[in-house]
Design a protein around this ligand. Structure first.
Ligand code: FAD
Length: 407
């Protein structure tokens, strides 16, 4: 990949930075852009406001073709935007809609589906949820049992989904369901899109460790489907062939979860903290152990950042009509594994350096960085599981990347 920025990217970067610097002045106190931040009314209103602003500018769809509401910019401009947005911890970009479904439809949807579903995502008007996991189908997703039965021009859905991030806020869902009992496992699955306001959809909250400790509503849900009608035209790909589409969405999800911009920002702030804070009469920044830890994290962030750029460049080619190919699988899995493990390690290192005061989640001068690393530490295990656990990513790298026997 040629990393040389194309002409005009620097000006665009400044435009993004000016926008996010300004917009983030209105962020609620203690804003981290974590799922829990979105669970207060204030946090959600802020998310929607930034989303609409970005939608108006076309920034949710920078590199999409203009006919679907995009700006037709290059992948370099898209990457620059992703990095700046992540660095400023700005909300308004939803992983499920912009990061997962949109690239899937660009690569594998019908023309009618692209025209119907992409422009509202680009304008920031419609929020999507991912209805895949079930009580007996997480890592083993192909074991899912939610049934969709044909009835005229509709499917009728019955079953239960779980761990659905943001379903209580979302408007629409992309779901993986079983359409054949005869065809086993992944061969009998179909990929459907439906309105979450449809009769028969019941969304119920599931509390989490980090939502409980912050006394906010959970962003997790269970979703029960009771005779939910979905028109046939909302099927992506053929009946019983949803697994290939799902695999493409998974890769987009895994690379979308690997954000290094926010880690860079936290590292910059931690470095400032270490320069300003004395321990045993000396700045923390002079302590050899602290310096080694910071250097180690910095190296990992830079390595991840460069690899992430390479991955997104490859995925952009897929969105624009290139073949998905198995080559994307080990790269997306490596990236997701590396980023989530790094986030956890960084949260641990940050918590150790900050000490006990670093656990205080308040705006006081006695609460350095308002408990950021403690919050990150609680969120990290979820990051290792979301989008497929670390063990599953390693299995995929071994199988599809190293050509070892399939586990
Ligand atoms: C923060 C978060 C957000 C999520 N959001 C969504 C969402 O929006 N929509 C959605 O559909 N799902 C979502 N999920 C669910 C997520 O995809 C599953 O939690 C994940 O795939 C693991 O499935 P499981 O929880 O059933 O664990 P299990 O599959 O039961 O795994 C339990 C343990 O066994 C290990 N294990 C399982 N199989 C193997 C194997 N073959 N080899 C080695 N180890 C193995 C796992 O690594 C894990 O440690 C989310 C999860 C989290 C944590």
């Amino acid at each position: 990949m040629d990393f040389e920025p194309i002409a005009g990217t620097e000006e665009l970067k400044k435009e993004f930075e000016d926008f996010f610097r300004e917009v983030m002045k209105d962020a609620p106190p203690g804003w981290e852009n974590s799922p829990e931040d979105l669970e207060t009314e204030e946090g959600w209103a802020f998310h929607k406001k930034v989303q609409r602003e970005m939608g108006k500018r076309g920034w949710l769809a920078l590199a999409w073709p203009k006919k679907y509401g995009g700006l037709g910019k290059s992948i370099f401009e898209q990457l620059t935007y992703n990095e700046v947005r992540a660095y400023y911890r700005a909300p308004g970009w939803d992983l499920q809609g912009v990061g997962m479904l949109a690239p899937t439809l660009l690569a594998m949807g019908t023309e009618e589906q692209r025209e119907e579903f992409l422009p509202p995502i680009a304008r920031g008007e419609v929020i999507w949820a991912q209805l895949w996991s079930e009580p007996e189908a997480g890592s083993d997703l192909a074991n899912l049992q939610t049934m969709a039965v044909r009835d005229g021009d509709d499917y009728i859905l019955n079953g239960q989904k779980v761990w659905t991030t943001g379903a209580h806020r979302a408007d629409w869902a992309f779901a993986l369901v079983r359409t054949s009992k005869e065809l086993t496992r992944s061969r009998g699955l179909t990929y459907l899109l439906f309105d979450l306001k449809s009769p028969g959809v019941d969304v119920r909250p599931l509390p989490t460790m980090s939502s409980h400790s912050r006394q906010v509503e959970s962003h997790f849900n269970e979703v029960f489907l009771d005779d939910v009608r979905v028109p046939l035209k909302n099927r992506v790909g053929e009946e019983n062939q949803g697994w290939a589409i799902t695999r493409a969405t998974m890769n987009f999800e895994r690379s979308g979860l690997a954000g290094f911009g926010a880690l860079r920002h936290s590292l910059d702030e931690l470095i400032e903290f270490c320069k300003e804070t004395k321990w045993r009469g000396k700045p923390l920044s002079e302590d050899p152990l602290v310096r080694y830890r910071l250097a180690e994290i910095a190296v990992c962030i830079e390595a991840g950042h460069a690899t992430g750029r390479h991955l997104l460049w490859g995925q952009h080619k897929v969105e624009m009509g290139g073949a998905p190919g198995m080559g994307m699988v080990p790269r997306a899995s490596s990236m997701k594994y590396f980023a989530s493990e790094l986030s956890q390690r960084f949260a641990y290192v940050g918590s150790q350096i900050m000490g006990l005061y670093g656990q205080l989640k308040s705006q006081s001068k006695w609460a350095p960085m308002s408990g950021r690393f403690e919050r990150a530490y609680q969120a990290a295990p979820g990051g290792n599981m979301a989008g497929g656990t670390t063990e599953i990513q390693k299995n995929l790298v071994a199988w599809t990347g190293l050509e070892l026997p399939r586990a």
